[in-house]
Design a protein around this ligand. Structure first.
Ligand code: NDP
Length: 286
């Protein structure tokens, strides 16, 4: 007799807001392609003061795991039993794995970013890198770049949140030597010897699709590789400007797909088909 099993395997995302998060589209496409027909990805809006309740709910429902996005990536850490090395260094968690009630926190944002660079034939070893922004994405990306042997990292950030940038610089200085910080209170001139230029701010993210970082666009050179972390829209005005100046460039889509694929592997033990995931995302955003 055919086995009867209707028990859902639950994963999802905690965010606030959460409605525009496209994780469900990517993840459920991957589950279907893997034949994981009982796996469900839930998009859950969790108010900041309800995070503890949400974690209790996750355990009560025996969810296999959850992604955390703004504003929960840092605040969730006290509720976890164990952290990966990257998550500990970055100080933020975007993926939780529930191992029979014990919660393991990982940060796959930077790993997804690194894979995306690799997919474009870019090796950060020894390279001079400029990162715009000092928030969660910048932190994940800069920690992974420095662990991968980047030559130097310059963080460019507005003066408003000096403590955030200071803590990032202290962290990077522990991992590597050649770091610098630029207070972003002017039109930034990208140094001519920059190899990789990264936008790790939300500038250009939907719905502010016409925004562009305050840099002198004429200082982007054909020798540079320009990377955006924005996944929606894929091609931002920043990337269009890079293309117009002859630089190679890459969207934030690869980073998003790669980190989602790592999450699926952590939860299910199976490698998903990234092409299926990308197609589902492109259809959802078109
Ligand atoms: P945070 O809020 O943690 O950090 C945002 C950073 O950008 C801060 O340093 C902030 O500076 C800076 N910033 C924001 N607006 C401006 C502006 N107008 N001018 C200059 N600087 C600005 O956000 P995250 O780091 O978590 O996310 C940043 C982006 O990365 C988001 O758009 C998100 O979608 C994207 N992302 C993409 C992923 C992917 O897989 N492709 C994964 C994770 C994130 P200040 O300190 O002054 O506020």
């Amino acid at each position: 007799m055919k086995e009867q099993n209707y028990l859902d395997s639950l994963v999802g995302v905690f965010g606030h807001p959460a409605a525009e998060n496209p994780g469900v589209v990517i993840q459920e496409a991957a589950f279907r392609a893997l034949g994981l027909n009982l796996w469900r990805f839930l998009t859950i809006d969790v108010d900041p003061d309800k995070l503890e309740d949400a974690i209790k709910g996750l355990k009560a429902f025996k969810m296999r795991g959850i992604n955390c996005t703004i504003p929960h990536k840092i605040n969730v850490i006290p509720y976890l039993d164990e952290l990966s090395e990257s998550a500990r260094l970055i100080g933020a968690v975007n993926t939780i794995v529930n191992n029979d009630g014990k919660l393991f926190g990982e940060n796959t944002d930077g790993k997804g970013f690194m894979e995306s660079l690799q997919q474009n034939g870019v090796d950060p070893k020894g390279k001079k890198i400029v990162i715009l922004g000092a928030g969660g994405a910048a932190r994940a990306v800069s920690v992974e770049l420095s662990l991968a042997g980047a030559g130097s990292i310059t963080i460019v950030n507005r003066p408003e949140d000096a403590a955030l940038a200071k803590s990032l610089m202290e962290l990077l200085n522990k991992i590597m030597k050649s770091n610098s910080f630029v207070t972003w209170d002017h039109t930034y001139q990208v140094p001519a010897d920059t190899d990789i230029l990264v936008n790790a701010t939300p500038i250009g993210l939907y719905p502010n699709v016409d925004e562009i970082p305050n840099i002198d666009l004429n200082t982007i050179l054909p020798s540079m590789f320009v990377q955006d972390v924005i996944p929606n829209p894929a091609i931002t005005p920043f990337l269009r400007a890079a293309e117009a100046r002859g630089a190679r460039w890459n969207t934030g889509t690869g980073m998003l797909i790669n980190q989602a694929a790592i999450n699926i592997e952590l939860w299910t033990g199976l490698k998903p088909d990234k092409k299926v995931m990308l197609k589902a995302l492109q259809e959802a955003l078109s």
